[in-house]
Design a protein around this ligand. Structure first.
Ligand SMILES: [Zn+2]
Length: 335
């Protein structure tokens, strides 16, 4: 057993370790243990045969046997061929025994010493290791995706929060200033915007404390709720003119969406426009631009689409207004 190529010996030892690790990983059941025992036996036999082969090779051509040198060499070759043939047979036996073993769940993923976490309990009862592998893979994915998302989000200029990742303190102060504004100046500016349109009525309430909630009535076309945080638009919902804007208790209904598809679509577009017009450095201007854009919906049911020239497409009026020209377009006609 001590003779033979070190490479082959190392290979066989590895095979034994693999089998032992399969045993320690669990798998359970008397049948599995028997298969494991057979597999280890097969490896043992293989070890002996390989050892025997190298002993034969080391012994060389026997000098004490009778006959010519050629005959002796021929006998030696036949003996070696016999040994190799037996080794192949044993190897096939080991292969089939190893294939019969059921690998424990999760063992395909090596997490170092934590593989032994299931040594004391059955894998079927408490699948600690497989759960550990799952969470490890999940965390790896989170890490990978956040690594990709970080740079992409870093390019986004629509920063709407107090906290900026940027170290530029001057910029941070500028953004924060759009939240902290005197209520009176907001009220005055909003009323000025309302007065500039004779068909737009804006009702200002403050149900959320210092921040204004605007209830906008646009002629007989639509109604909208806009919630401001300082000067920053935080929330927009558009509803039909005949829908209730107040809840049962008489307070402004801030959250429920319209039951009409048209106004649900206009709400979606208004949210997109709110983000488009957001300008932390010129907060008042961004609200004014948004109001101008929203006011253009006064012709929601009367103005035809700029592209196809029709009033209705897929049973919907032109629910999109161009952000600069305020021209009406159907969703599918958008430029
Ligand atoms: Zn169209």
């Amino acid at each position: 057993m001590t003779t033979g190529s070190p490479f082959i010996q190392v290979w066989i030892v590895r095979l034994e370790l693999l089998l032992v690790s399969k045993m320690t990983d669990g798998g359970g059941g008397a049948g599995t243990l028997e298969t494991l025992h057979n597999a280890l036996e097969a490896v043992k036999v293989l070890r002996c045969k390989v050892g025997g082969f190298f002993e034969t090779v080391a012994g060389g051509v026997k000098s004490d046997s009778t006959g010519s040198t050629e005959d002796r060499e021929k006998l030696f070759r036949i003996e070696l061929q016999g040994c190799i043939h037996k080794i192949f047979e044993n190897l096939r036996e080991v292969d089939s025994q190893v294939a019969a073993l059921t690998p424990p769940i999760g063992s395909s993923f090596n997490l170092g010493n934590t593989m032994f976490i299931n040594q004391e309990v059955s894998q079927d009862r408490i699948p600690l290791y497989s759960e550990l592998v799952d969470s490890y893979k999940w965390m790896e994915k989170v890490h990978e995706y956040s690594g990709i998302a970080g740079p992409i989000l870093g390019q986004n200029s629509l920063k709407r929060t107090y906290f900026s990742a940027s170290l530029n303190a001057k910029r941070r102060r500028t953004i924060a200033s759009s939240y902290v504004v005197p209520q009176q100046s907001v009220d005055n500016s909003i009323q000025a915007i309302a007065h500039s349109y004779k068909d737009m009525e804006i009702n200002i309430t403050r149900p959320l404390g210092s921040n204004a909630a605007l209830c906008i009535t646009l002629g007989r076309t639509l109604k909208a709720v806009v919630i401001l945080k300082g000067w920053l638009i935080e929330w927009v919902v558009v509803r039909a003119a005949n829908e209730d804007m107040t809840k049962e208790d008489g307070t402004l209904d801030l959250w429920s969406e319209s039951r009409y598809k048209v106004f649900q679509k206009v709400t979606d577009n208004a949210n997109a426009a709110m983000l488009h017009f957001c300008a932390p450095t010129h907060p008042e201007l961004s609200v004014r631009s948004f109001m101008t854009w929203l006011h253009s919906f006064i012709t929601l049911f009367t103005q035809a689409c700029k592209k196809c020239g029709l009033h209705l497409s897929n049973n919907m009026p032109p629910t999109w207004r161009d952000l600069r020209t305020l021209e009406p377009f159907h969703e599918e006609c958008k430029p």
